[in-house]
Design a protein around this ligand. Sequence first.
Ligand code: ZN
Length: 314
Amino acid sequence: MPNPFSNKRKIVRQSASDGGKKSKRVKLRPGSDWTKRNFITSVWIPSLFTKRSGMRARPLFPKLQPGQISITWIGHASFLIQTHDANVLIDPIWSMWLSVIKRLKEPGFHIHHLPSIDFVLVTHAHFDHLDRRTLRAVAADQPIVVPVGVGRLVHRLGFNIVHELDEWQTIELGPLRVSLTPAHHWGARFLADTHRGFGGFVIGANSRSVFHCGDTAYFDGFKEIGERHNIEVALLPIGAYDPPLAREVHMNPEEAVRAFNELNARTLVPMHYGTFRLGYEPMEEPLERLRKSAREHGIEDKVLVMTEGKPVVL
Ligand SMILES: [Zn+2]
């Protein structure tokens, strides 16, 4: 009999997943010449003196017809996805600081201007994706979906209906189908909590679909993700590819273009750049490199660069 006083009971783990490409934990040993540069003096200190850009305005969320999708970027990996029937937040972050790292771009609008949120998805437990303060503010008895091993972290923040997914598992959430996809990254929020999963999400709404890649290094799983889920819009990370410890944990813009082509998706929305300085690369470089690579591959017209807080209807 379920114990109504047990916190664990509310975290539902799906049954075992089928075969297919698995997530792989990346090697976390620093790259060979990481000591040649100093992240604190060359990136972190200058960023403290950088003026925050962007603005917050009252958002104009569109009234959607059945079959339409609206996407609003909040900055970094954070998005509001709206369909006619549901509002979904992915990796929401409104915080102005990631611990000691300054947010350099406004989220576009105040969190209290969000519409009511039906579902929340969190791709992994890293601080820039699982933001406690934001999740606490958003929690209102709606279901949350996370990779295996992340449930307890979000349950604690006020989410009472927690679904943990393993790679390739799918859950039906009202009018939506949400699947966890594999990635090459890692899931520990601290150091020893290596049991935590990580990945991306495909959100299906009838015939429409949006893929949020989560964080990943480039790997050979994109083709299979595209084959299993007919992906229309791909939200792909393009920044933090030159990280302090020179580890290969994030894709660069050229790899994102390659992933996009392998996914066989129709629209590429870049993310994970311009909000927090997490790597040595200059702030404007990811987008410049993405545009150049997209031109070279003839997919320029498929790239949709978003502005924080401005919904785009597709
Ligand atoms: Zn991460």
